[in-house]
Design a protein around this ligand. Structure first.
Ligand SMILES: Cc1cc2nc3c(=O)[nH]c(=O)nc-3n(C[C@H](O)[C@H](O)[C@H](O)COP(=O)(O)OP(=O)(O)OC[C@H]3O[C@@H](n4cnc5c(N)ncnc54)[C@H](O)[C@@H]3O)c2cc1C
Length: 477
């Protein structure tokens, strides 16, 4: 491309290099725009990233996706990263319950596993054998699932009540909430049933469990998140011609015709016809010009919810499965991180061959997110010993926590009304981010969908020919 031809291409600035910004930047570049992506941090990936703790590679938080996350899977494909992730052939979640004391725990292992049958029979066999619910409670779950299937996701009234209230109205009790609805819901929605909008919960359960039989098969990265969301993304963005600026915080956004001015901290403003604001709601509140979206002042009311990850390195193998969910314990979900982290190649790993690194993913932990490490250690190590017999006799080689206080938006009833669409009242300025109105909870899938929505909106406004959108959430070509 010559300098002249380059100058003739419309300019776009994407603010934020999370999954939403990466998606929007790639799409705009593919459509012929001259794209600059400005990310305030030293790396891409936003809330889904890795860092080094000495020789150990650590993810800030365990991330999983489902087969129904077609847009995220489309991004993985676009980044050439499909071989860097795993995806179950069939949903299979070990669910381990524990009761009794620390010295005499009683453990029961169940599984949520799908069969090769149509919905909803794909889960019927697993539910019939699920040891954490008695026969009457299993019948309650079936009743709840049938009622969920009848909900119209387009009905705005669903956002007015909590999932918990609706579940109780539809025959659910404390057991079914704990052993099923919250087991899945807390991890996917980052809120307990009583704190989450029915609209979002219904969307998650209908899409994940009651649409296609394979929809909820679980996928996760087989490498550190940063290998995909930073390394692969940076390579593909640069290959697509995107100028990626790291450690480049945008301090001000001045709307103007025909080009907006995007001022980076300590740098000259960048002029662009198109600006994609792909930070979270706090950066939108800080950078949006007045009256850019309806009810803009309400952005300040849009809360956030935390996720805590507790990381433990044992001197031996204490868990034989890649992951499990826990019941009857403050522990929620536990993942084996040994291979991802490169533990075996570290000095610690060489000194302790067979050492294992577990990460506990603890969602909606408003009351724990600020607890001191020593207290979290006192709380979680005995619980792991209660759940995993081998952990009781194992030495703990390392223990640390990662805290994401603003991991997701708060999905409380009423949150749907607070989520703006990609379009703003300012021509050429569009919004992206998992917090915008995607219909999805704050997830990697929601982030990528929002990036596509922002790119579609911007491209339509500039009259650029849109790549064919197949309507399946996958990467448009
Ligand atoms: C611990 C944890 C566990 C999670 N688990 C899962 C999971 O299992 N499955 C799942 O699907 N999702 C999970 N999520 C949620 C998922 O990570 C997020 O929803 C998604 O990554 C959000 O992407 P985003 O691009 O919308 O926003 P972000 O990731 O927040 O990216 C926004 C970027 O914009 C940058 N930025 C903001 N303001 C400026 C500015 N002024 N100038 C320059 N740059 C700026 C920020 O630095 C950031 O990098 C989890 C999140 C956390 C924290």
């Amino acid at each position: 491309m010559t300098g002249r031809a380059d100058a003739a291409r419309p300019a776009a600035v994407v603010i934020g290099g999370g999954l939403a910004g990466i998606t929007a930047a790639l799409r705009l570049a593919e459509a012929g725009h001259r794209v600059t992506l400005a990310e305030g941090r030293p790396r891409l990936g936003g809330l889904a990233f890795s860092f080094q703790r000495g020789e150990l590679t650590v993810d800030n938080g365990q991330h999983v996706y489902l087969r129904c996350c077609t847009a995220y899977r489309g991004l993985l494909e676009r980044l050439g990263a499909t071989r860097l992730v795993t995806l179950q052939d069939r949903l299979d979640v070990p669910v381990l319950s524990v009761s009794g004391s620390e010295t005499a725990p009683v453990r029961t292992l169940g599984r949520l596993r799908r069969a090769g049958l149509p919905v909803p029979l794909h889960l019927a066999g697993s539910l019939a054998r699920y040891p954490h619910l008695g026969p009457a409670d299993r019948a309650r779950v079936v009743r709840g699932a049938l009622a969920l299937q009848g909900l119209d996701l387009a009905d705005p009234a669903l956002d007015e009540i909590s999932f918990g209230e609706w579940l109780r109205r539809n025959g659910q009790n404390a057991n079914t909430l704990a052993a099923l609805w919250d087991l899945v819901g807390v991890a996917t929605l980052n809120a307990r049933a009583d704190q989450v909008s029915l609209a979002l919960a219904a969307m998650v359960f209908k899409t994940g469990l009651l649409s296609d039989p394979g929809a909820s098969d679980i996928g996760m990265a087989a490498v550190p998140l940063g290998t995909i969301h930073h390394d692969r993304a940076l390579a593909e963005l640069e290959r697509a011609g995107v100028k990626v600026l790291l450690r480049a915080r945008v301090a001000e956004l001045k709307p103007a015709e025909p080009q907006h001015a995007v001022r980076l901290e300590g740098a000259e403003p960048i002029a662009a016809e198109t600006v994609v604001l792909a930070g979270a709601q706090d950066s939108a509140a800080a950078l949006l010009p007045p009256n850019a979206i309806a009810d803009q002042e309400r952005l300040a009311d849009f809360g956030t919810a935390p996720i805590l990850n507790v990381h433990v390195v044992y001197d031996r193998k204490v868990l034989r499965r890649p992951f499990f969910a826990a019941l009857g314990s403050p522990v929620q979900w536990v993942f084996d991180r040994t291979a991802h982290s490169g533990l075996a190649g570290t000095e610690l790993g060489r000194a302790h061959p067979g050492a294992q690194y577990l990460a506990l993913s603890q969602s909606a932990v408003q009351d724990e997110i600020d607890l001191p490490v020593a207290e979290l250690r006192r709380r979680y190590l005995p619980e792991l010993a209660r759940l995993l017999p081998a952990a009781a006799g194992a030495e703990v080689l390392d223990f640390f926590v990662t805290r994401e206080r603003t991991a997701t938006f708060d999905p409380a009833p009423g949150s749907a009304q607070l989520r703006p669409s990609a379009r703003t009242n300012v021509p050429g300025l569009v919004l992206a981010g998992a917090w915008t109105a995607t219909g999805w909870p704050a997830t990697m899938e929601g982030a990528v969908r929002s990036g596509h929505a922002a790119a579609d909106e911007a491209l339509a406004a500039t009259g650029t020919r849109l790549p064919v959108d197949r309507g399946d959430g996958r990467w448009p070509r």
